[in-house]
Design a protein around this ligand. Structure first.
Ligand code: SAH
Ligand code: SF4
Ligand code: F3S
Length: 434
């Protein structure tokens, strides 16, 4: 028997890349690859990359520099770049780092096995097409092995919104939804492999229209026996329709947590960002959601230091954060992305942007900590995902997506444990079983 080839995948960026990495590993599995956690042992290293901010893209080039000497140790080693940097930079990657053998974009990785074979004949392989065909229809069937209880599942991809700062519409292409029957079938298969929670993924997941709306899809998923929890991310405020809001009240398996990025609290900046909503319309929307689901926890994304952002604009962002009270929020310093409209606008002083980012993050942390602390004494349900570091301790997620450590639980992975929260840290909660 020949020893199997080993595959090391490193994933950057968003949850969709996590899902794509799984599918790529499965695809290369059909070529005899097994996963390894050590780049030093690999016959193929694949970096699944993110292009969203400058630093994310630069990290990929430094990692490639670190990986290159491994080729001296293993002459059979092939190095590949997948994901959004691959899409955006294409051939330039091989020019900048000639150790790279393969470059594949997010819409063409169903061709990965054939591309890998080409690299074995000494050629480089490059594919950054946006093909006509649906890659998911061309990927091999997913293996039947048992899996972790929480899974990501891409249902929608691409973006037609063209926010002025963002590369996603260029790297992922235009909005496409997977057919609902395929999503239902894949979820059924995941449940048979031990999955109890699915997070439906899309760059604008609430713009989903695969023969059903997202609300209809969630209601159909709600009927699958053995599936206990449904989440979805990321949503655009303009695509939160009435039915999806209603689903938060009437669909038992839909979890009370919503990631709804707004980016800024200043209408002047939102307009320049091409966001097509206002701070007020966003706040009204959250009011409507909280009316039907008062306990829902909100999270969001913010960009500070967008071109021409003034102190007054920034203050409006702080005001909006105060008004919403987020259980979690991601905030980023604006990063100029070549080819996007905002890159042409007058940029603000980076030191100023740093200082604003710190102020925003301090406020967000304060809110997050207060919400965490308010959970102490509460009874929650936790999907147990893995063993903790302390003996007898298990780790999992609450319905509100808090990370929860359960002490001395006696619960197994995949259980939904009823617990009482006994302590709160900034990023996690400690609980005892009920
Ligand atoms: N489709 C999602 C997520 C897009 S990327 C959405 O529309 O919300 C995730 C986050 O990265 C964005 O919400 C935004 O806050 C941030 N981001 C995108 N481009 C950026 C840039 N050029 N500089 C800084 N942050 C950026
Ligand atoms: Fe980027 Fe805006 Fe599309 Fe989100 S909605 S992916 S921020 S262009
Ligand atoms: Fe990054 Fe591409 Fe996701 S740019 S955030 S990996 S869609």
């Amino acid at each position: 028997m020949t020893t199997p080839k080993k595959l090391f995948i490193k994933t950057y960026g968003c949850q969709m890349n996590v899902y794509d990495s799984e599918r790529m590993a499965e695809e290369l599995g059909t070529q005899g690859y097994v996963a390894t956690g050590r780049a030093e042992d690999a016959d193929m290293i694949l970096l699944n990359t993110c292009h969203i901010r400058e630093r994310a893209a630069e990290k990929v080039y430094s990692e490639l520099g670190r990986m290159k000497p491994l080729k001296d140790l293993n002459p059979n080693l092939k190095i590949g770049v997948a994901g959004c940097v691959a899409q955006a930079e294409g051939e330039e990657i091989i020019r900048r780092q000639p150790a790279v053998d393969l470059v594949v974009g997010p819409q063409s990785y169903h061709r990965l096995a054939e591309m890998e074979a080409r690299t074995r004949t000494g050629q480089t392989a490059l594919d950054t097409d946006f093909p006509e065909e649906d890659k998911f229809e061309h990927l091999k069937a997913r293996p039947k092995a048992k899996r972790a209880p929480a899974a990501f599942l891409t249902v929608q991809e691409g973006c037609d919104k063209f926010c002025a700062f963002c590369v996603v519409p260029y790297t992922r292409g235009s909005e496409v939804s997977r057919p609902a029957e395929r999503v239902l079938q894949e979820t059924q298969d995941l449940v048979e492999r031990g999955v109890r929670e699915v997070t439906l993924l899309g760059q604008n997941v609430n713009a989903y229209h695969g023969g059903m709306t997202l609300a209809e899809l969630i209601r159909a998923l709600d009927k699958i026996d053995g599936l206990e929890r449904i989440r979805y991310t990321t949503s655009h405020p303009n695509d939160m329709d009435d039915d999806l809001i209603a689903a938060h009240a009437d669909t038992p398996k839909l979890m009370p947590y919503l990631h709804l990025p707004v980016q800024s609290g200043s209408d002047r900046i939102l307009k320049r960002m091409n966001r097509s909503h206002t701070a007020e319309s966003y706040l009204k929307l959250i009011e409507r959601i909280r009316k039907v689901r008062p306990d829902i926890m909100m999270s969001g994304d913010f960009i500070v230091g967008f071109p021409e952002e003034t102190e007054e604009d920034f203050q409006a962002t702080l005001d909006l954060v105060e008004a919403v009270n987020y259980s979690y929020a991601y905030s980023f310093k604006y990063s100029t992305r070549p080819g996007t409209p905002a890159a042409e606008r007058p940029q603000i002083d980076p030191a100023e942007a740093d200082e604003r980012l710190q102020r925003l993050q301090a406020l967000i942390t304060r809110q997050q900590r207060a919400i965490q602390e308010s959970m102490v004494g509460r009874e929650l349900s936790v999907l147990v995902e893995k063993a903790g570091r302390k003996s007898g301790q298990m780790l999992g997620k609450s319905e509100y997506l808090h990370a929860v450590h359960i002490d001395g639980s006696g619960h197994a992975i995949g259980d939904i444990a009823r617990v009482r929260i006994v302590a709160a840290m900034t990023n996690s909660l400690t609980a005892v079983p009920l």
